[in-house]
Design a protein around this ligand. Structure first.
Ligand code: PLP
Length: 398
């Protein structure tokens, strides 16, 4: 456990960290420096979407790194083209132009800039509870005060609304001083605790955006690529955005993000108005193609739906037997368990019991397991979570 203390002295204190040092991963499992095995329901924060060290991804990057690792967007590359064609075959049908980034927050930055250029309007509507990243532009549409307060002033003209205020959007947009051109939402809010939108919400904002000529951005960085049991979370409500942001698992664990959009939006920008040095590099594109192959050819989206349902049903059963669980929600492999208390001890105790879990806020357990998880691994996870909950009840009530 030497790496625990020594790493701390180099990287400051920016992350809520768990006392475990991971050196190996395969599928839904990871191993620490002592050879102890863990079921990874944290899924590398959602990045290990197609499983740790997915065979297809390992093979693709191994082959690619012998051919070409870097290749700027100013020159053409076949590996990139292969990814783009493959990606468009799974992308929402009207979103066929893509800007590559290297992370989620950069995908959101690009989306916000492109929408401003296309609409000529600087005002943005974002959602209470929304999370879109922590660079200045993304932070401006991220709701949590804790992330924002030390970095003001942020972008002007951002208006946060609650789900129930959807009716007031038209009125806000009509006020000329609001200058609204963009609405940005996560179809399902991840960071805030797996918050589902009211049934008609996404359809309503789609209609408003279409009627008023606003650009609708879906941040599917966490919910996209099969995570919720459909390729895109927006599909659960049959709604397609004008721009969609992706990152996290899009390249099987290799850093990559992208914003994909209606071509006229991307075409409204001129040469040099936005760029990124690493954008569309062949290593990430090779990994991205392999990750899409895994999703499509290995049936991972279907597995996410099927196994995710078993997982959720199991959690609902736990809720019936354990009063400290207040709510279970989510779709596919994007699940949240809201507790009546702080979940910190459960997470730490999870490490002792060989399971990695994630939190949302203080009292919500978030589960973002790899989509390759099988029924047996779900049942094992449920057993472990029940043990952790029983121990938490003992701690609370004796
Ligand atoms: C993780 C996440 C981001 C930020 O992505 P980074 O790669 O950490 O910048 C943005 N939006 C959502 C919905 C996310 O889950």
């Amino acid at each position: 456990m030497q790496s625990l203390e020594s790493e701390e002295s180099y990287v400051g204190n920016l992350y809520q960290r768990f006392p475990v040092s991971i050196i190996k991963g395969k599928g839904c499992k990871v191993w620490d420096t002592n050879g102890r095995e863990y079921l990874d329901c944290m899924g590398g924060y959602g990045v290990a979407l197609v499983g740790h060290c997915n065979d297809r991804v390992v093979q693709a990057i191994t082959e690619q790194c012998h051919e070409l690792i870097t290749c700027h967007m100013s020159v053409y590359n076949e590996v990139r083209l292969r990814f783009l064609k493959k990606f468009n075959s799974i992308a929402p049908k009207n979103l066929q132009s893509t800007f590559f980034t290297n992370s989620g927050t950069e995908a959101v930055e690009a989306a916000l800039k492109f929408s401003r250029k296309f609409t000529g309007k600087s005002g943005i509507i974002a959602l209470n509870g929304g999370y879109h990243g922590k660079t200045f532009g993304s932070l401006s549409v991220t709701y949590n005060e804790k992330y924002r307060k030390s970095f003001l002033p942020l972008l002007e003209g951002v208006k946060f609304i609650s789900y129930s205020e959807v009716e007031s959007i038209s009125e806000i947009v009509t006020r000329s001083e609001s200058n609204i051109g963009t609405i940005i939402v996560e179809p399902i809010q991840g960071e805030t605790g797996i918050i589902m939108p009211p049934p008609n919400f996404l359809k309503s904002i789609r209609e408003i955006c279409t009627a008023k000529g606003l650009v609708l951005i879906f941040d599917e960085i966490q919910s996209g690529l099969g995570r919720t049991g459909k390729m895109w979370a927006g599909q659960h409500w049959d709604v397609e955005p004008d721009i969609m942001c992706l990152a996290k698992g899009v390249a099987g664990g290799v850093p990559m993000g992208l914003a994909t959009m209606r071509p006229e939006i991307l075409n409204s920008l001129k040469i040099g108005e936005h760029s990124s040095t690493f954008a569309g590099n062949p290593l990430a594109c090779a990994a991205g193609s392999a990750a899409i192959d895994a999703l499509v050819e290995d049936g991972l989206v279907t597995n996410s739906e099927k196994v995710g349902k078993i997982f959720k049903d199991g959690l609902i059963k736990l809720k019936e037997n354990h009063k400290i669980i207040r709510d279970v929600r989510g779709l596919g492999m994007m699940l949240g368990v809201e507790m009546r208390f702080d979940v910190k001890d459960i997470l730490l105790d999870g490490i002792n019991h060989g399971i990695l879990l994630l939190y949302s806020g203080r009292n919500i357990l978030r589960l973002l397991p790899p989509l390759v998880m099988n029924e047996e691994e779900v049942n094992k996870s449920l057993q472990l979570i029940e043990i952790l909950i029983q121990k938490e009840e003992k701690r609370r009530f004796g």
